[in-house]
Design a protein around this ligand. Structure first.
Ligand SMILES: [Fe+2]
Ligand SMILES: [Fe+2]
Length: 697
């Protein structure tokens, strides 16, 4: 099993950082080991779709016990649903089982619900027992030593599965079944009877998701014989949950001593203390060096501290260590009153049983931690240098590779090169665009007006079809085929947005709503790619599975047909790196569905008796009032407002520049395909003119 400090760092990286391949391999091994451990139990019950209650659940009648239990459960429950965040990927979102699981994720994070997400209900429960924890995205969350080490095993699994939803799909399904069928009465037992909102939220959740989980199981088993792996995942959830509770009960039987509690405090504050204690010497070594070297065992440091002049055994409160915590001292504000009291107890007797620390005492370092937290988004936004490559990637091959890419960290360097190529060209187009069509300087009002004007201008261009269309039916069928690679991955530029509920700000929630619509919110028929599949079927245009080599090598599709989807897939995978560009691209895509061009295409399709549902669907759902285009606009407004609050106006203009590039980039990315359309259109016209002249001659 991974060391506890590693586990905390691993959780932090998996949720808030950019895990590299080595980290993903570590977490894959962690999942495999946990699965083996769960399977090793001979008495494992069969998978039955009925509610279950953990054996030997702790008695939580006592308030202090309940508070400690809630703390131990916090990392797991605050991450509720995270393991399903990436279950609906561009290559799998159209599948029934994946759709149902994504719907469960949506239910957990309250996507379409008037009531708050489940983790937020849990926060209310924590508040009721006076526990205050930093948010999940805070760098100090997983390092909070109020969580016992064993409380990090399950969160690590949640997050590991989030990054490996395809490698472990059957297990993920079983894991979700285990979660959904945990008795809601047990969940209710965590709360005081007065916490009715928690109790009713858990009951409603169970009622809502159990049919979805059962449907996911049924549809998956119809096509795959993976019942053993599903059972392994189901058992893994149960075993991990019960282990958490057993470890909690065992831990409660051995009350921590004051030295244990002091060690926890040192572990929590250490990351923020290093570099501030260069001049404090302990046994002729700077305290900074001690802090840097203790890793997970503060024992020697505490021993050295006890033997130093900083501790006064005769009068502990007069010792330099304690005085440094008091007003005017060099560590004033770093320790809570309860932590100071515990420190006094430790000086008096390190082996005495530690009095429970006030759970509301925040462990967050006062200055450095907050700075790190505030800097998080801007650090993420900062572009990194692209990976060098001497050859241009083959678009068809890259299309398949990106579809098979499970996590952003697996993304090949060619993806960055493809994005940078489009953005480079977009910079030129942006420079060449007339000022009136390009909002060079951002302000919220001008931005909203610019969108309105762009939309109106587009809509005004519409002229209903009058007489015969200028293009032939064959052209329509050919064009429908060329759009297959793009529309079968509809929404893919947003596929990296879903994550743990608490990490979804207002901006991300708008994007997530759009993504959920694109993948059909669990309804297979409403999945946009499936709507297009039905159109292809109705026209007898069979194509191989989108993820197969055969699809990418289908010679009916031109090379140009892969340029846009490769760009969209790459931006989706590299979301953290290109977030402002993604916002602009998203706006351009959602607005494009409302243009005159789409309305004219509907007229032409109708004329030839071709089902225009896929286009009509976008004309309604993408609407600027409250649909996707409206959400895309609001996401940008909110994002830039967030930047303004965290930074200054120049940062806002810089971010706007990148958003505008993203907006323009759609025109660049579709250019090759537009070129092929024009070529074919004029080719057809010339051919028709030639044939007419021959007939006339
Ligand atoms: Fe769509
Ligand atoms: Fe849309």
């Amino acid at each position: 099993m991974t060391a506890s400090s590693d586990l905390r760092a691993l959780c932090q990286t998996l949720l808030n950082g950019s895990p590299d391949r080595g980290t993903l391999q570590t977490v894959e091994d962690f999942i495999k080991t946990a699965l083996l451990g769960a399977q090793g139990q001979q008495s494992s019950p069969e998978l039955r779709l009925e509610t279950w209650t953990p054996v030997d659940a702790p008695n939580v009648a006592d308030l202090a016990e309940r508070r400690s239990l809630l703390l131990a459960l916090s990392p797991s429950i605050l991450l509720e649903g995270a393991w399903l965040a990436r279950v609906s990927q561009p290559a799998t979102g159209h599948l029934s089982a994946h759709g149902h699981l994504f719907a469960i994720y949506g239910r957990m994070i309250g996507l379409d619900d008037a009531s708050p997400p489940l983790p937020q209900h849990f926060r209310t429960l924590l508040t009721s027992v006076r526990v205050s924890l930093p948010p999940l995205f805070s760098p100090s969350f997983f390092n909070d030593r109020r969580f016992p080490d064993f409380a990090l095993h399950m969160p690590c699994l949640h997050l590991g599965l989030m990054h490996r939803p395809r490698t472990f799909f059957p297990e993920l399904l079983g894991y979700t079944l285990g979660h959904c069928f945990l008795d809601s009465a047990w969940w209710a037992s965590l709360a005081d009877q007065r916490d009715t909102s928690w109790i009713s939220a858990r009951e409603r959740f169970s009622d809502d998701v159990r049919p979805l989980a059962s449907a996911a199981l049924e549809s998956y088993l119809r096509e795959h014989d993976d019942s053993e792996r599903i059972r392994a995942g189901w058992h893994l959830y149960r075993r991990m949950f019960e282990s958490l509770l057993t470890d909690f009960s065992n831990g409660r039987n051995r009350r921590p001593t004051t030295v244990d509690a002091m060690a926890d405090i040192v572990r929590t504050k250490r990351p923020y203390a290093v570099a501030y204690h260069r001049r404090v010497m302990l046994q002729e070594r700077p305290l900074d060096q001690w802090l840097a070297e203790i890793e997970d065992d503060p024992g020697p440091l505490l021993e050295a501290l006890r033997n130093s002049p900083y501790v006064d055994f005769k009068c502990p409160a007069a010792g330099r260590l304690i005085r440094a915590m008091d007003i005017g001292g060099s560590m004033f504000g770093v320790f809570t009153a309860a932590e100071r009291r515990l420190c006094l107890d430790w000086v008096e007797n390190p082996d005495a049983e530690a009095k429970p620390i006030d759970a509301s005492g925040t462990a967050l370092g006062p200055v450095t931690a907050l700075c790190a937290e505030q800097n998080l988004p801007s650090a993420r936004d900062r572009p990194k240098k692209p990976m060098p490559s001497r050859h241009t990637a083959n678009c068809r091959r890259l299309f398949t590779t990106l579809l098979r890419t499970e996590s952003a960290s697996d993304c090949p360097p060619e993806a960055t090169i493809a994005v940078e190529r489009i953005l480079r060209r977009s910079r030129w187009l942006d420079l060449l665009r007339p000022i009136r069509r390009s909002l060079r300087h951002y302000d919220p009002k001008a931005f909203s007006q610019w969108i309105e004007a762009t939309y109106r201008q587009e809509a005004m261009r519409y002229r209903p079809l009058n007489g015969n269309p200028k293009i032939r039916r064959e052209f329509c069928l050919w064009a429908i085929l060329q759009l297959v690679p793009s529309i079968l991955v509809d929404g893919c530029w947003l596929a990296g947005v879903p994550t743990a509920s608490e990490n979804l700000g207002e901006v991300e929630l708008h994007l997530l709503q759009i993504y959920a619509d694109e993948v059909g919110k669990g309804e297979q028929e409403q999945n946009h790619a499936n709507v297009y599949r039905r159109l292809l079927e109705s026209l007898d245009l069979a194509v191989p599975g989108v993820e197969t080599e055969d699809f990418a090598q289908d010679r009916r599709l031109t090379d140009a047909a892969f340029e846009l989807p490769v760009y969209m897939l790459a931006v989706g995978l590299l979301k953290d790196r290109y977030f402002p560009e993604l916002l602009g691209l998203n706006l351009a895509i959602e607005l494009s569905g409302l243009g005159a061009g789409y309305m004219q295409v509907v007229d032409i399709l109708r004329y030839y008796g071709i089902d225009p549902t896929i286009i009509q669907l976008h004309q309604t759902i993408d609407n600027l009032a409250s649909g996707h285009a409206g959400r895309a606009r609001d996401a940008i407004l909110l994002y830039l407002d967030r930047i303004r609050q965290q930074s200054d106006l120049s940062a806002v203009q810089l971010a706007w520049h990148r958003i505008r590039l993203g907006y323009v980039s759609l025109h660049i990315a579709v250019l090759p395909l537009t070129g092929r359309f024009m070529q074919r259109y004029f080719g057809d016209r010339l051919k028709a003119a030639y044939l007419t002249s021959r007939t006339a001659g």
